[in-house]
Design a protein around this ligand. Structure first.
Ligand SMILES: [Zn+2]
Length: 265
């Protein structure tokens, strides 16, 4: 097997075992089957997203960033991109790390709202919201168009401002695990930190198809964004019970990739 494919297979099996164990904390009647609705589609995304989507997104990012660096420095090399440049790159790494997370969160919050508000953007993002049996694997169901636009909007400003991506490299695996984990089929929040860090309960409300939860909880990592901008939804005694987009989305990876380009009925 091709090495990245092998690590994706191993990663899938490890996370499947981990999240199945966590799901067993739920009463038996509330657990999802492994082969829950949309499983085959999401398994397709598990391989497609890191291999195809991330390649397209990385290429698009470099196509935008390289001309800017070239204009500013007359050269572009790996070192310049990894370690930043100018005043921002001379800040201590931990300050840069905080700045990068803050920039990505603020832009990411408003971009996510735009994906819900602007009809043609919604057709790309609705694919992510189409899971009716929501669990950790649903995290990979992201249309490449959604990924490219979101990553360009958040990554390009960080790079153009001269911050060193290396400042967040150490926490990237943790952030990726959290991004997967907030979709998990569990009811958790982080207790007293529930308003500080996104939790499964917080993000699963975002996927709920209930009217009260519509267009709520947009933040990727810091729910304080939703508190600040008036979209925070964490009722004390309720839990999200049903999920999905109000736009009918076809099942299957290829049909979903084509969906945003088909004429809206
Ligand atoms: Zn959304």
């Amino acid at each position: 097997m091709h090495p990245p494919i092998r690590s994706l297979v191993v990663g899938f099996l490890v996370l499947l075992a981990l999240f199945r164990m966590l799901e067993r904390l739920r009463p038996k009647t509330q657990r999802l089957r492994i082969l829950r609705r949309g499983f085959a589609t999401d398994l397709g995304y598990w391989f497609f997203t890191p291999v195809a989507t991330r390649t397209v997104t990385a290429l698009a990012t470099f196509l935008v960033v390289i001309p800017v660096l070239w204009a500013m420095y007359g050269k572009v090399d790996r070192n310049l991109i990894l370690h930043g440049y100018g005043p921002a790159s001379r800040l201590p790494m931990w300050v840069q790390g905080i700045a990068i997370v803050a920039i990505v969160e603020v832009i990411g919050y408003w971009m996510h709202r735009a994906f819900h508000r602007v009809p043609w953007l919604w057709r790309f993002h609705a694919v992510h919201h189409s899971s009716v049996d929501l669990d950790w694997l649903s995290a990979t169901r992201v249309h490449p168009g959604n990924d490219v636009v979101m990553k360009l909007a958040t990554t390009v400003p960080v790079l153009v401002l001269g911050f060193a991506p290396a400042a967040v490299a150490g926490i990237m695996p943790l952030l990726t695990l959290l991004a997967v984990g907030v979709h998990a089929h569990v009811d958790w929040d982080w207790g007293p930190l529930r308003a500080a860090i996104a939790s499964p309960r917080f993000h699963r409300w975002h996927h709920s198809d209930e009217a009260a939860a519509r267009d709520r909880n947009f933040a990727g990592l810091l729910p304080v964004m939703d508190i600040l901008f008036g979209t925070y939804h964490m009722p004390k005694d309720a839990r999200p019970a049903s999920f999905g987009a109000d736009t009918p989305i076809p099942e299957g990876l290829l049909r979903q990739l084509a969906f945003p380009f088909r004429r809206a009925r």
